[in-house]
Each structure stands twice: as structure tokens, then as C-alpha cells.
Design a protein around this ligand. Sequence first.
Ligand SMILES: Cc1cc2nc3c(=O)[nH]c(=O)nc-3n(C[C@H](O)[C@H](O)[C@H](O)COP(=O)(O)OP(=O)(O)OC[C@H]3O[C@@H](n4cnc5c(N)ncnc54)[C@H](O)[C@@H]3O)c2cc1C
Ligand code: SF4
Length: 566
Amino acid sequence: MNQNTSEKFAYDAIVVGSGISGGWAAKELCEKGLKVLMLDRGRNIEHISDYKTALLAPWDFPHRGEVPMEEMKEYPIHERTGFTITESTKDFFVKDVEYPYVEDKRFDWIRSWQVGGKSLTWGRLSLRLGDHDFEANVKEGIGIDWPIRYKDISPWYDYVEKFAGICGTRDGLPHLPDGIYQPPFPLTCLEEHLKESVKANFSDRHIIHARQAHLTMPTAEQLELGRGTCQSRDMCMRGCPFGAYFSTQSATLPAAKRTGNLTLRPHSIVNSITYNDKLGKATGVRVIDQNTKEVLEFKAKIIFLNASTLGTTHILLNSTSNRFPNGLGNDNGVLGHYLMDHHFSAGARGTFDGFQDKYTFGRRPNGFYVPRFRNIGKDKRDYLRGFGYEGTSGRGRNEEVEGFGISLKEKSSQIGPWSTDMMGFAETLPEFKNHVSLTNEVKDQWGQPVLKMSAEFGENERKMRIDMKNDAAEMLEKAGFKDIEAYDDEKGFGLCIHEMGTARMGNSPKDSILNKHNQIWGAKNVFVTDGACMTSSSCANPSITYMALTARAAAFAVEELKKQNL
Ligand SMILES: Cc1cc2nc3c(=O)[nH]c(=O)nc-3n(C[C@H](O)[C@H](O)[C@H](O)COP(=O)(O)OP(=O)(O)OC[C@H]3O[C@@H](n4cnc5c(N)ncnc54)[C@H](O)[C@@H]3O)c2cc1C
Ligand code: SF4
């Protein structure tokens, strides 16, 4: 293979990955005057013009939205999970058959490998972690302590929320810190009813507006970047032509580009980080061009790894040198370990007889949220940590119809009852045995070893799921719902798509990979600010935390560069 190491490929900073966290790294570093190269392994996706399905109606799709069975064979992981890609969204997810990995234990790895990463396909719920999250490990003797507390990250949450644009309400709950919000989408009449009932019956439980990365009252800066108010179309996963939800394409990429400091290179698979033993620091990255398979080397003073949790750890494990024979920064053997995901899909659903004269307005792209209440304050369960619920409500078609012909058509075009679904999203404990490693059992198309996954949920998660199901049913019962179905539809590890850990932050190089500034202990010019850095998982959806940690680490990195410490 050709290897081109020309100095013309030299930058101040390299950002690996252009998803949620990489977009932030590029924006922050460019705005601070650094010449930045952002590399992404996937193809480019242009804002608006590449959202090919965004304005299509159901009848515009050849298969009315369903991916044909023959084509689904290229997506066996999606197929087996029932996490259904549709004709409108499939192009934003990789074909599983083209990107193999090995499953020591079942692991559902859902990947959006393109410029923008999963910022195009995410669900946008944006919740802060609080001190009960940062302190849980040390208080309970689980894993290791986080090297930061809420006060360290709180100003950075403010900073990223203002720019990203999160709608929601400030609810004054100590265990779900409030942020900076644009006005929320209204709750439906049924959700208002449920909220009142929960308030009357449970002093520790609350129904709040989902805090989500949608613009409902754009700021001058957001308008200037070409972003507009959310139109309540609920077709977000196709890409938003209004730039109304936060994505790399709508927000961080245009902000980085307008500085004139950004070079974006798609189709660039970062294979490894190059490390100079004598200097004791990284010198750049080795890249395989996705199309030509040419090997290139790019150099920079600092490197931000934002290839998503497992993408980043894959690169680190593959970055071996005399100094680091087991992967960059892996002096202690914890790289790849303490893999976490949220566990979900346990809760309850039910129907409601009232509000027959009412309907929903528009297609609100979110719903309500029930913040964690288990193991908070005096509540003590036979498991650790807890869960929150994501909920929606609405009225569908009348499905309870029989017959055929005109009468069937008439009956089924009548509106059905109100219904709701509350699904728990829950914390998973960090455990050494849950890990990924590199294997040569299979190689990818570019000759690289692939990841082997070995993770499973444990006893703590299983006990928690009983409450996830029963607590939801209890709230619905008290509010007068009927046909209540409490469910526990356990999903595979990975399917919550909140992979975290494997290169955790900590207070000591003895048992962590990163310090409190997200710097690799043994390679201080390399920063990991995606989910790989997480020391515990909280039950809060994680991406806003990656954004805040990235902005914080970028500010630190630039100061350290100025001081010539890197
Ligand atoms: C359907 C869905 C719903 C979700 N809902 C929520 C939610 O409501 N709230 C929430 O907080 N999170 C949610 N998430 C998770 C969220 O999308 C991720 O946490 C977030 O995108 C992670 O950001 P990241 O920057 O680490 O990675 P990504 O956004 O995945 O970006 C990683 C990028 O790195 C690139 N890359 C990977 N490997 C390499 C390599 N070797 N070389 C070069 N480039 C590479 C990829 O192509 C990709 O562009 C959801 C995800 C999905 C798919
Ligand atoms: S619902 Fe809002 S954010 Fe989603 S695609 Fe429509 S306008 Fe964009």
C-alpha cells in the first residue's frame, strides 16, 4: 500500500469523527483559531440537499415506507432487533453486512457512519447529569470515582444548551438539574391529566415536558446559522431541512466552517494514532481512504477522538507502539472494559376513555418525561441506581373493527381511543467483564481487525426492570387508564444506542485511561470526549454531556497549547 506522509498534511488539530461530539470539537477549536482537520469514515451529507426523503409523503415511497425483505438481508442486526429502519431512513444507517464485527455475546451495534454521524438520527432528548450521578460510584463502591462533579460541568451545559437549542421547562428537581431552555411543546390533554394524577398520588414522581434539542424560539445566532423554528412534522430522522433540531450539519459544522479554519475530509477511516516514543506524545493519525484504500498520514499538535464510543476504542486498541503495546494509553489494561449501554423497553401502556372531543395538534416530535425517582432521597430498593420514563400519548385509528368492504372502511376510518406508553430508560452498572477487544478472526474490507463484543446485563438491571414495569402500570392505574399492559421486552446490549465507557475518566492513571480534562494520561495531546470517557452511565440520555465535556476539553486544550504544555 502507498503511504503518503507529506508535511502538507499538517494541522493544529485533528478531530476524528463528525457526529455529535466531533462537530462540537471542530467548532470550538476552529473558533479559537486553530487550523482543524475533521476526518470521517463515511460519505459526506450536505445539509438540506442530501435529505432526500425529508419532504416525501408515504405514497411517494415504492414500498410505502417498508424496506423490502430482500434488502433487509443487508441489515441483519436491524432485522433481528425489530429496530426498524424504513425506506425513509435506511440510508443514514450502515449496511451491517459491509461492516462486520464478532459477537462473543449478542451485541446490537447500530451505526450511522457518515458526516454528521448519529447527530442526524438521534432522538434528541437532552438531560443533564447531576451530582447524584457523579457521586454514585464512590458512594456505593462501584467502579471508580468520577474525577469531576456537577459544578465542573454545569457552566458547559449552559454553554452548549444555549447554542444547540433545547426546548423544555425548568422543573426545580434536585436530581435532574435544570438547564437553559426554549419554550416546550405543549403536553396533550391526556398528559396534563396524567401529570395532575401523578402529582396528587405520588409525592416523589413528576411528569415533565421532554427536554429535547428542537428550536421553538430560535436565537439570533441560530437564525444566522440558517436554522429555523420546528414545524412539528415529526420526520426528524430523515434530516431536517429547517435545521430545527440540533445536528452537526445544522449547527456545529456551519459554525466551524464560517471561521475559515476547517478542512473536512469524508471517506477517511482513521486506522490508528501515530505516537512518538521519544517525544512521549501523539504525532497524528494514520488514515485509510475508504474508496482508494490508500494509506495517508496526517499530523497535528492535538487530536480529539470523537469516533463514537466503540469507534474511538477501536482506534485506541489498534494504536500500538513500543511504549503502548496494548493500545494507546492502555498501561493498566482497562481500555475496552466497563462498557455500558442503557437498558430499556420495560414499562406500561394503556388506553383512556375520556377526552373524546379532543385531539392532538400537529405532529409534535416529542412527548413527556418522568425523571428518576427510585433510590432518590429516602427511597431504597434492592438494586442500585434507577430509571426515567420517556412517554408519548395520542389517538390512532379505530383498530377494533371486523368485516369487509364499505362498512370496514367506515369503521376503521373512525378515530380510536386515547392511549399512552411509558417506557423506562435505565442505568447500567460499569463492570469490568463487559468489554470489547480487537480480533483478527474477521477482517474488514480494508484489512483491519474488527471489534469483538462481550457484554451482558446483570442482576442489578434485571431487578430494576421489575420496578420499571410495575411503577409505570401503577401510575396509569391511578390515573384511570384501562387495558393496562405492563411489559418487559428486554432488548440486546447496544440497542439503546447509548454505548458508553471503555476508556473511562478517573483520578489516577492506575485505573483509568483519561484524566479530568479527557486527556489520555500517557499521551496528553490526545483527548477523548465521546461516550468512551464515561465513568458511569446515569439513566439520563447522554449526548448533551458529551457536548459539554467536549467544549470544556477544547477550551482546556487550547489553553494548554498556548502554554506549550502539549
Ligand atoms: C435512533 C437513535 C436515538 C437516539 N436518541 C438519543 C437521545 O434521545 N438522546 C441522546 O442523548 N442520545 C440519543 N442517541 C445516541 C446519540 O446519537 C449518540 O450518543 C451520539 O450521537 C454520540 O455522539 P458521538 O459524537 O460520540 O458519535 P456519533 O454521533 O455516532 O459520530 C461518530 C462519527 O465518527 C465516525 N467514525 C467512526 N469511526 C471512525 C474512524 N475509524 N475514522 C473516522 N471516522 C470514524 C462515524 O462515521 C460518525 O460520523 C440516539 C441514537 C440513535 C441512533
Ligand atoms: S419535527 Fe421539527 S425538527 Fe423534526 S424534521 Fe420537522 S421541523 Fe425538523
